[in-house]
Design a protein around this ligand. Structure first.
Ligand SMILES: C[S@@+](CC[C@H](N)C(=O)[O-])C[C@H]1O[C@@H](n2cnc3c(N)ncnc32)[C@H](O)[C@@H]1O
Length: 279
């Protein structure tokens, strides 16, 4: 507990530069810890257009803001390190959660080499905002048992490293594709070529949680043309799998007989909580 009676988050009193997840866009989806840190900052280095400028206006209007897009490490690291060493409060703001396609570690390691400590503060990744928009769950009893966060081939991934087809092939897996808005048609064409069910549901959620959020729904066969018609080339999450529809699920054990003290399900209970591990 802190002196003012508030519970310590552990995230706001660490030493160094926090790498904060800004969440998917809506300023209300910034965590409480993230908000405290940003409000306290003198310098906020942010991830450009993926961080909603409304969030910056609302929580750090008086801070110096630097857009990291187009800046390489050689520019970014001295910028943050010099500010930190001169006593300024520096926050590095990533979109969503820094752990997902955020390239946070290479910056943190470079800062460490420059003698500047840093740490991570999680955020809401865009797949979670997109599933909320779709009013579904990414895992859904008897529909989807697994979730994959992935990206399509391109400059970063070779064709061999693109596993989208394998993930879709599992059948009971929800596949969340980041950084793939520009490639929806090509990705779907490949899935059709590789024999996947053309009726598999797909949703593309553009700017999840932003005021101009848009949802395009379809199937592996239809979604490519629909996204092209809408003209989206970036900033959308592509979700493939039956969970997109949020239907055809079975009731879980969580609110069934076991939870009411009846017979335990066959699944092993979680040993720490003694609760069933399926919700
Ligand atoms: C460089 S990655 C960063 C992901 C981020 N760290 C996260 O956790 O959401 C950028 C990609 O995230 C996805 N993305 C980020 N914000 C989004 C949003 N509000 N709605 C839909 N997709 C989003 C898009 O696929 C975009 O191409």
């Amino acid at each position: 507990m802190s002196a003012d009676g508030e519970a310590d988050t552990g995230f706001t009193d660490e030493e160094g530069i926090p790498f904060v997840g800004a969440g998917p866009g809506d300023p209300d989806l910034l965590t409480v810890a993230g908000r405290k840190l940003v409000e306290d900052a003198d310098l906020v280095v942010h991830a450009g257009s993926l961080v909603n400028s409304e969030l910056l206006d609302e929580f750090c209007a008086d801070a110096e803001r630097v857009n990291s897009v187009g800046k390489d490490l050689e520019e970014l690291i001295p910028l943050m390190a010099d500010a930190y060493e001169s006593g300024r409060t520096v926050v590095r703001l990533h979109s969503g959660d820094p752990a997902i396609y955020g390239a946070a570690l290479e910056q943190m390691d470079a800062l460490a080499e420059a003698g500047v400590p840093s740490y991570l503060v999680p955020g809401v990744t865009s797949a979670f905002a997109a599933s909320a928009t779709l009013r579904t769950q990414l895992t859904l009893n008897e529909v989807s048992n697994h979730v994959v966060f992935t990206r399509p081939r391109g400059r970063t991934l070779s064709a061999e490293e693109d596993h989208i087809s394998d993930f879709v092939g599992f059948g009971d897996t929800t596949v969340c594709i980041y950084l793939g808005t520009h490639a929806v048609s090509e990705t779907m064409d490949r899935l059709l070529d590789e024999g996947h069910d053309p009726d598999t549901p797909v949703a593309v959620v553009y700017h999840a949680s932003w005021p101009d959020e848009d949802v395009i729904e379809g199937t592996i066969e239809t979604i490519g043309e629909r996204v092209e018609d809408a003209g989206y080339r970036a900033s959308a999450l592509v979700i493939i799998g039956e969970a997109v529809n949020g239907s055809a699920y079975e009731r879980s054990f969580l609110y069934g007989d076991w939870a009411r003290g009846g017979d335990a399900p066959n699944d092993e209970p979680d040993t720490e909580t003694q609760e069933p591990d399926n919700e």
